[in-house]
Design a protein around this ligand. Structure first.
Ligand code: 5GP
Length: 193
């Protein structure tokens, strides 16, 4: 049996993780899926429950913790809870499907211990870009932007703990590199490495 690869992507908010993941999903088709996290953060305009996130109440999230539903979970930006439900990952990997997680560095830390076969990628944006992208997105109030910038500074100090680092200065090149890393993980899985 070949276990689908587990690809973990972390990096500051605004680094382009979701774009990169969306592009890779198009390239790999049904061989690869994105794990839909659960969160207590309110839904942003345009987000769909069950597609972008599972939007859970605080109580539902606590139940998830109590019944060990999460592969990992963390409080991000000191405010909202985010977690990866096991059902988003395990059964799919058992069918040989690769699973990509977009999680923060605290979640990645937990998985490094519990899922040592995971491949951990840190996505960076050239300095100064974070703030511009966050503001361009125009979805967050100033206080949230400041919290995200502080988080970004902290996340960068973890970059060296990852298997690979990608700099997202040129999206096309970053997508190519991301896809070749994923391809090499499929090969490693087939070769039992
Ligand atoms: P956003 O609120 O912008 O969608 O996501 C905020 C941060 O939460 C991002 O850095 C994202 O990687 C992280 N995140 C999303 N889902 C999860 C999860 O399931 N677990 C953890 N630990 N972090 C997550």
């Amino acid at each position: 049996m070949i276990l689908g690869p587990l690809i973990i992507v972390s990096g500051p908010s605004g680094s382009g993780k979701s774009t990169l993941i969306r592009r890779a999903l198009n390239v790999f088709g049904p061989e690869l899926r994105h794990s839909v996290s659960a969160t207590t953060r309110p839904r942003r305009e345009g987000e769909i429950d069950g597609v972008d996130y599972h939007f859970w109440t605080k109580q539902r999230f606590q139940e998830g913790i109590a019944t060990r539903e999460f592969l990992e979970y963390a409080t991000v930006f000191g405010k909202y809870d985010y977690g990866t439900p096991r059902t988003e990952v395990e059964s799919h990997r058992l069918r040989g499907i690769g699973v990509v997680l977009d999680i923060d560095v605290q979640g990645a830390d937990q998985l490094r211990r519990t899922c040592p076969d995971g491949f951990f990628i840190f996505l960076e944006t050239p300095a100064g870009e974070y703030e511009r992208r966050l503001r361009e997105r125009g979805t967050d109030p100033e206080e949230a932007i400041q919290r995200r910038l502080e988080s970004a500074r902290l996340e960068l100090t973890h970059a060296h703990e990852f298997n690979a680092r990608l700099v997202n200065d040129d999206v096309e090149r970053a997508v190519d590199e991301f896809c070749s890393l994923i391809r090499s993980r499929f090969e490693a899985a087939r070769n039992g490495r």
